[in-house]
Ligand binder design. Structure first.
Ligand code: NAD
Ligand code: GLY
Length: 353
């Protein structure tokens, strides 16, 4: 068992171990001995695969269990679904001493986390991430959100879970393209904070080291979150590749998967940094090799001008300035704030091969 302790507005442990889903009952009971009911939030695909097991182990230790399932996918992370979930919790008479359990990928985690944060002004919740992306990123650090018509994650709060239980066994059922998207975020973590992780990804079979790879990513994110839980500065490095990545998603109306958009974004942003002599070319070569190894894209047909126009919606923009995440060496990124007027030149540099 790997245990990663998080010190934040609520302290909690992130546990990583094969078979952890089967221990959900005991662990939930130990953490919340006074809770009578557990409300599981999941999606239809994950529910079919893992809900029964989760319900059984929770009932075995005395919880009364209710379950709420959404349709899989980003479209469910909306205001209507959120209010429906709150009403459902109220109808089931879930109280502040009960617990909510998010069993699923990032969509379930973000929606259930936001509901937990706001229902009765806050009910504790446990994250059980079931995608690689959710294990290495979305379940860690307490960002919860739903999408608005104007864009993704526009309504949300910071609300830390009471535990995160990562059971890599559940990744066996994950469709390959969804797993591959998670790898883009794993590469991002290595680029931000751990050159050895990138080496390992390049040279060793990922399946042999999955728990340790997840742990390495979680540790990088944990360290950043502990220093900047509420995203005032440093936490923005976790958005490496996302300025251009989000621009691509916006331009294609989200038809390009997030992980692919981030992969391309990392290439454009790294190439830009190399051209501006802020980053050694080895960093770009390594990133290119990694994307190639995991069959992730590194190129877009959108023009620099199109990417620039779409990137102006970036959350890291403040008035006439925008903050970019710049790789400075293998395993280290820095924030750099520049006038918005210079962004086009950056993206142009990043798009030229
Ligand atoms: P997702 O939750 O939509 O899951 C992807 C698909 O995989 C779904 O169809 C789901 O049903 C299926 N699935 C999940 N686990 C499975 C399993 N074990 N076996 C078989 N199928 C399974 O997508 P995601 O990539 O996990 O998360 C994306 C979301 O995460 C986005 O909404 C994004 O905004 C959010 N996010 C949040 C944060 C944060 O800090 N809160 C960080 C990154 C991303
Ligand atoms: N996924 C970015 C963050 O948690 O800040």
């Amino acid at each position: 068992m790997i245990t990663i302790a998080v010190k934040a507005s609520r302290d909690y442990d992130i546990l990583i171990a094969s078979g952890l889903l089967g221990q959900l009952g005991d662990r939930a009971k130990a953490l919340h001995p006074n809770a009578a009911a557990a409300a599981i939030v999941t999606d239809d695909t994950v529910g079919q695969l893992y809900l029964k097991q989760a319900e059984t182990v929770l009932k075995e230790v005395g919880f009364s269990v209710v379950a709420y399932s959404i349709s899989p996918g980003e479209a469910s992370k909306n205001g209507t679904q959120y209010l429906h979930l709150l009403d459902w919790l109220a109808e089931r008479q879930i109280t502040r001493s009960d617990i909510i359990i998010a069993l699923g990928g990032g969509v379930v985690g973000d929606l259930a986390g936001f509901a937990a944060a706001t229902y009765l002004r806050g009910v504790t919740y446990i994250q059980i991430p079931t995608t690689l992306l959710a294990m290495v990123d979305s379940s860690v650090g307490g960002k919860t959100a739903i999408d608005l018509k104007a864009g993704k994650n526009l309504a949300g709060v910071f609300y830390q879970p009471s535990a995160v239980l990562c059971d890599p066994d559940v990744l066996d059922t994950l469709p390959e393209p969804v797993f591959q998207e998670g790898i883009a975020e794993v590469i991002k973590c290595g680029m931000i904070g751990d050159g050895r992780l990138l080496d390992q990804l390049l040279n060793e079979p990922i399946q042999d080291n999955l728990s340790h790879i997840i742990a390495a990513c979680v540790t990088i994110k944990r360290d950043i979150v502990e220093r900047d839980e509420f995203d005032h500065g440093e936490r923005q490095v976790l958005n490496f590749g996302h300025t251009v990545g989000h621009a691509i998603e916006r331009l294609c109306d989200y038809s390009i998967p997030h992980g692919h958009a981030v992969a391309i974004g990392m290439m454009v942003e790294t190439r830009g940094a190399v051209k501006k002599k802020l980053c050694p070319p080895e960093c770009l070569y390594l990133l290119e090799s990694l994307l190639h190894r995991f069959q992730l894209p590194g190129h877009t047909d959108y023009s620099a001008q199109e990417l620039y126009t779409a990137a102006l919606y970036d959350k890291k923009r403040a008035g006439d300035e925008i903050t970019l995440v710049i790789p400075r060496e293998i395993g280290r990124c820095e924030l750099m704030t520049l006038p918005v007027a210079q962004l086009l030149a950056w993206i142009e540099a990043g798009c030229q091969s």
